[in-house]
Design a protein. Structure first.
Lengths: 332, 791
């Protein structure tokens, strides 16, 4: 199980390309048999991080790993190419060089997992990240509600891919889950996946809208059956975004899918992960429930905008022994 | 290891909690601790000390006093001297001190947690996140009971001096469970911590000084099992509360028999953990981790017998093994460990021995691929498959991180397997089907049932066992009753021994001979012995003859009582109706019964009629109670409820007092039957005809056969047979002091619950003494069913 290779970005992407989830036929019996006990799930989620404490050098290493798993995101109505360029600059160099030196990590290439933007910003982002190997992810399909006409949503995916996006974050029609129309959900996600072509697809379930963990687990399964490369919690725009119990439920669905099919699917919690401590909790969850493979950017991403700043402060504290300030870290 | 290597491996690395503050506390005491008696720290008169060690490092932490007989005497004397003053304080005053203790536990929470981990070897996560918070909660909760004592415990008084002997698996938490309720209601305490783990109790004693607990209210005597024995046998102690092994529980039951000491025993278990095919399997597997790999499996209520529905068994085993592989065993002070050290080498050796025996019997052992640390007392999480109820690892409590797994096909088979044990402490049921879960929970013979959760504890919810897991409850209102007694009880005179007169001939009654046989399974049955015994008038005239019951009659009666177990599942309304009907039919023959009482006892017409009338009224009382003695819905701190169900105990043997031959019988049998138990009753040895005359009343009152069985004969001899009987679940004995002592002594076989009059004369005519909730509490046992909910 232990994967001790370095997390060189290019190497991992190569591995990833070889192991995409091909999906499978929709198996309704499996979906119907899904059981999730909320109280038990919450208990496990609550004790995951109290059972695993990560300190000192290990903590610094885990925080650096967290950075490599960030989908550095801007999804605001006032986004401009200039704003996106600034974010991409941060994505290329998320940690000050002197801190990496002090951590003995100057030889490693620490960059974020991806930069995540709206379709209209894809071009600017691709240009800003040219020759870095950092992929651009686009939220397509009528993000965040996903209720525009299907043809438009599919066209948007194709446009984003054409503009150079290597990853597409699609949103599912939550209504299909709420009405139990698994066939419709399956076909929708399959269509999205076909439109993505070689671009990797992350299926956003909008878990806050799905309300129950049972819905989350069933939607996760159907999205994976339909060929999602990643399943992702939230748009960041729902009332409730990523939570540990939801993430645990999705991680267990990924595990069940892998056990049954042998196919590997990644996980992306998004929305509300803003502290270094929280990022460690999510990494711990992946490490404990899915194993070593899932604490690498090829199978784990965190959608976040302000998380990076807090991690930098913690890293500086690790190096200097003094608490840091936000303004000491270059903004993205 | 550098940042870079961690970055590649994503290993956890060490995360040690500092032991320094606890070490400094030990140093402050020169690593030598005396006894806490009468508010002073004193050296043991014995002059003996013993080492207490850190099992994770095999290192001596400190020397602790070994108390001797003189020391225990001094502690009891201090507790006795302090008791009246402590009891006299208002509930509010006691509440303030318990509240201060709760606050102090919180203020020193980390020191307590670290010290506990050092001394016991359990992971710091558990002491920090579970044990110590529960300790504080226990003192808060019981500060509340002290405050409410006047309203809630009116008519009751403290027992006096309580001796408490606690185990090493939850040293501070078990102290809290014992000390908080005892002190709340005005008792004083002599406490003996376990030999392996005395330190947190001694730190707690310091907190008591700080909280202003008066000297002598809590005394702590440390040492080995001999100290426990001194406490158990001490003549000036009113109650023993013990948590520990069933083996020692038996010794204590035997040693306290006839002493008048009240007793609660919280003993061993081999608790079942049931996974049905519609369970959240991932959730259930995590539940197993909390069930058997909590505190290294050294938990009396550990879910150590995994029962899985056959259709999901392979899935469960696969997931379980994967989960076990990810568990971490090591330094208990490391904040990233799941499993710490076994408490002592002797326990480790016992676990290894039982595991070896299991393997020798053919059970299949699975352990994770990694090795536990070589130094210190560590044992890996272990799973036994290919076992059956006949395997010794399935029957015996291993008290370590060892799980055994079996499969079942249907819900009835699951229940049969779950209940196939001498124990009955706890059980866990996993199913997403509320109908199934709530059907299974009441059928499990266990004091605590957790639905879709496990090892949940709270001060508001009673904890304690069925069967050989002990009796009495700790926590909540149900636990409070164990520390009080009715204010009138100890003022009662000793029982009046009535000698049998010599027979001087027969009363001329005329008519057809009516010789009562035994009443078994709703039919009259000839006595096995083929002998009869005469029933005499006060003047020695033979009034009639009744069967001379022997052990086989008791055996037959107990079997009939078991066959009538469906009585418990009848509606309480129906049970009430039958008791009303019995009262109606008794009253229809009131004159006849009164005449019989007069003939047997020589009572006046008025007194005899009074007894019959009171018996009719008492039947009415329990008919009334049948559908009113409800349990409670506790509110522990989780999203859910804990239902405290009043369940019948099962088959109850009742040995009736010699006096009040009708009213005594009715007063004892009616509450037991009203609560759904079935009965083997031995009527008044001297005046059994009041009971045998009831056969026809019972026959005509729609009472199902076998609910009440009556065996006449020598009360004390039959009491001994009943007390010995391993399939009789409880025995009530109202007779001589010596008879009561014999019953208590003989009850150790299956550790059945006993209730005796301690050789005291009760006034059955007085409704305060003769009826009410106290009887119903004795006729039931509380099962707490934890039901978390939420979709």
């Amino acid at each position: 199980m232990e994967d001790r290779t370095s997390s060189n970005v290019h190497q991992l992407r190569a591995t990833h390309d070889g192991a995409r989830n091909p999906g499978m036929a929709l198996e309704l019996d499996w979906v119907d048999a899904v059981q999730v006990n909320r109280s038990a799930t919450e208990r496990r989620a609550a004790t995951l991080s109290t059972r695993r404490s990560i300190k000192k050098d290990a903590q610094a290493a885990w925080l650096l790993k967290a950075i490599t798993c960030i989908d550095l995101t801007t999804l605001a109505g006032d986004d401009t190419p200039g704003r996106v360029q600034r974010l991409c600059a941060k994505a290329r160099q998320p940690v000050r060089a002197e801190l990496l030196d002090a951590l003995g990590m100057d030889e490693r290439r620490i960059v974020v997992g991806a930069v995540c933007v709206y379709h209209t910003m894809v071009e600017a982002a691709v240009a800003a990240l040219a020759n870095t190997g950092i992929p651009v992810a686009a939220v397509s399909t009528g993000f965040p509600a996903g209720l525009s006409p299907l043809s438009q949503r599919i066209a948007e995916i194709k446009a984003s891919v054409a503009a150079g996006a290597k990853e597409i974050d699609i949103v599912i029609t939550r209504g299909h889950v709420l009405t139990g129309d698994w066939q419709a959900l399956y076909e929708e996600v399959q269509a999205f996946r076909a439109a993505c072509g070689d671009a990797h697809m992350k299926a956003i379930l909008g878990t806050g809208d799905l309300v129950t963990l049972r819905n989350v687990a069933k939607a996760s399964l159907v999205a994976m059956m339909a060929g999602a490369d990643f399943i992702k919690t939230s748009t960041g725009k729902e009332g409730v975004n990523a939570t540990l119990p939801v993430s645990l439920t999705m991680a267990r669905a990924i595990r069940a899918y892998r056990e049954r099919t042998g196919h590997t699917v990644g996980f992306k919690p998004a929305g509300g992960i803003s502290t270094a401590k929280a990022s460690l909790s999510y990494l711990t969850l992946m490490r404990e429930e899915l194993g070593r493979e899932w604490v690498e950017p090829k199978l784990f991403r965190m959608g976040a905008s302000s998380l990076l700043g807090d991690i930098e402060r913690q890293l500086e504290h690790h190096v200097t022994g003094r608490y840091s300030a936000a303004h000491r870290q270059p903004m993205g | 290891m550098s940042v870079a290597t961690y970055f590649d491996s994503m290993d956890y690395g060490p995360a040690p909690e500092s032991g320094a503050p606890a070490e400094a506390w030990l140093d402050k005491h020169q690593r030598k601790f005396g006894l806490f008696i009468g508010g002073d720290w004193v050296s043991p008169k014995s002059g003996a000390w013993f080492d207490t060690s850190d099992p994770a490092r095999n290192a001596v932490l400190a020397q602790v006093a070994q108390a001797g007989a003189e020391d225990v005497d001094a502690a009891v004397k201090a507790a006795r001297a302090a008791q009246p003053g402590w009891a006299k304080r208002s509930g509010h005053e006691r509440a303030r001190i318990l509240y201060a203790l709760a606050r102090l536990v919180q203020k020193h929470s980390r020191l307590l947690a670290v010290l506990e981990t050092l001394d016991n070897g359990k992971p710091i996560r558990e002491t920090r996140d579970i044990d110590v918070p529960l300790v504080a909660r226990h003192f808060y909760h019981h500060a509340g009971w002290a405050q409410l004592e006047d309203q809630e415990l009116a008519g009751y008084e403290p027992l006096g001096v309580v001796g408490q002997v606690i185990p090493w698996n939850f040293p501070l938490l078990m102290l809290a469970w014992k000390v908080a309720p005892a002190l709340a209601v005005g008792n004083t305490v002599v406490l003996k911590p376990a030999e392996f783990t005395s330190l947190t109790a001694l730190l707690f004693a310091e907190l008591c000084e700080e909280a202003g607990l008066p000297p002598g209210v809590l005394n702590i005597v440390t040492g080995d099992g001999t100290v426990g024995e001194l406490i158990v046998k001490h003549p000036d102690i009113d109650k023993i509360a013990f948590t520990g092994s069933t083996e020692v529980g038996r010794l204590i039951r035997n040693a306290t028999a006839g002493s008048g000491k009240k007793l609660t025993l919280e003993l061993g278990g081999k608790s079942p953990f049931l996974i049905f095919d519609d369970a959240d399997i991932d959730g259930a597997v995590e539940g197993v981790v909390d069930a058997i790999w909590f505190n290294q499996g050294q938990v009396c209520c550990a879910g150590s017998r995994l029962l899985v529905q056959e259709s999901v068994a392979d899935q469960v085993v696969a997931k379980l093994k994967a989960r076990m592989e990810a568990l971490r065993v090591g330094d208990p002070l490391d904040k990233a460990m799941d499993i710490g050290a076994i408490v002592a080498p002797v326990q480790l050796a016992r676990i290894e021995e039982l595991v070896q025996r299991g393997r020798a019997e053919g059970a299949e052992l699975w352990q994770p691929s990694w090795a536990v640390p070589a130094d210190g007392c560590f044992y890996p999480p272990s799973l036994f498959t290919n076992v059956a109820p006949a395997s010794s690892v399935v029957q015996e409590e291993i008290f370590g991180p060892v799980l055994v797994m079996m499969t079942f096909r249907t819900p009835p088979e699951a229940i049969a397997l779950a209940n196939n044990t001498r124990y009955g402490l706890a059980a866990s049921v996993w199913s997403e089907n509320i109908n199934l879960a709530l059907e299974i929970a009441p059928k499990l013979k266990a004091g605590v049932v957790w639905v879709n959760c496990t090892n949940q504890f709270d001060a508001a919810c009673g904890f304690g066992g069925y069967r050989e897991s002990g009796f009495g409850r700790e926590g909540g209102a149900e636990g409070l009753w164990e520390y009080v007694r009715p204010a009138w009880e100890h003022k009662l005179p000793p029982v009046r021994e009535t000698a049998l007169p010599d027979a001087v001939g027969h009363e001329q009654l005329g008519g057809i001979d009516r010789t009562a046989k035994m009443y078994v399974g709703g039919k009259q049955a000839r006595p096995d012995s083929g002998y009869s015994r005469p029933v005499l008038s006060p003047k020695g005239k033979v009034l009639a003859e009744v069967g001379e019951g022997n052990r086989k009659d008791i055996r037959n009666a107990a079997e009939a009582a078991h066959k009538a177990a469906g009585w418990a599942r009848q509606s309480s309304h129906l049970r009430a109706q039958i008791l009303y009907y019995t009262a109606e039919n008794l009253e229809a023959r009131a004159g006849e019964f009164a005449d019989r009482l007069r003939a047997m006892t020589g009572a006046s017409r008025q007194k005899a009629r009074g007894e019959v009338a009171r018996s009719v009224a008492r039947l009415f009382s329990y008919a009334a109670w049948a559908d009113k003695f409800d349990g409670a819905a506790h509110s522990p701190p989780l999203r859910g409820i804990a239902l405290a169900m009043h369940e019948p105990i099962g088959v109850v043997g009742i040995v009736c007092p010699a006096e009040a031959p009708l009213l005594g019988f009715v007063s004892l049998v009616a509450p037991v039957v009203a609560m759904g138990n079935t009965v083997v009753a031995v009527p008044s040895t001297l005046h059994p005809l009041a009971a045998t005359d009831l056969y026809q009343v019972l026959d005509t009152s729609d009472l199902p056969g076998g609910v009440i069985n009556i065996v006449t004969g020598d009360g004390d001899a039959l009491a001994k047979v009943l007390a010995d009987h391993d399939d009789v679940d409880a025995i009530w004995y109202f007779g001589s002091q010596a008879g009561g002592a014999s019953v208590e002594r003989a009850s150790v076989g299956n550790l059945k619950q006993t209730w005796t009059n301690q050789g005291r004369q009760w006034n059955w005519a007085d409704p305060v003494q003769g009826e009410g909730r106290m009887y119903l509490r004795h006729a039931t046992q509380v099962k707490n069913i934890w039901i978390p909910y939420g979709e």
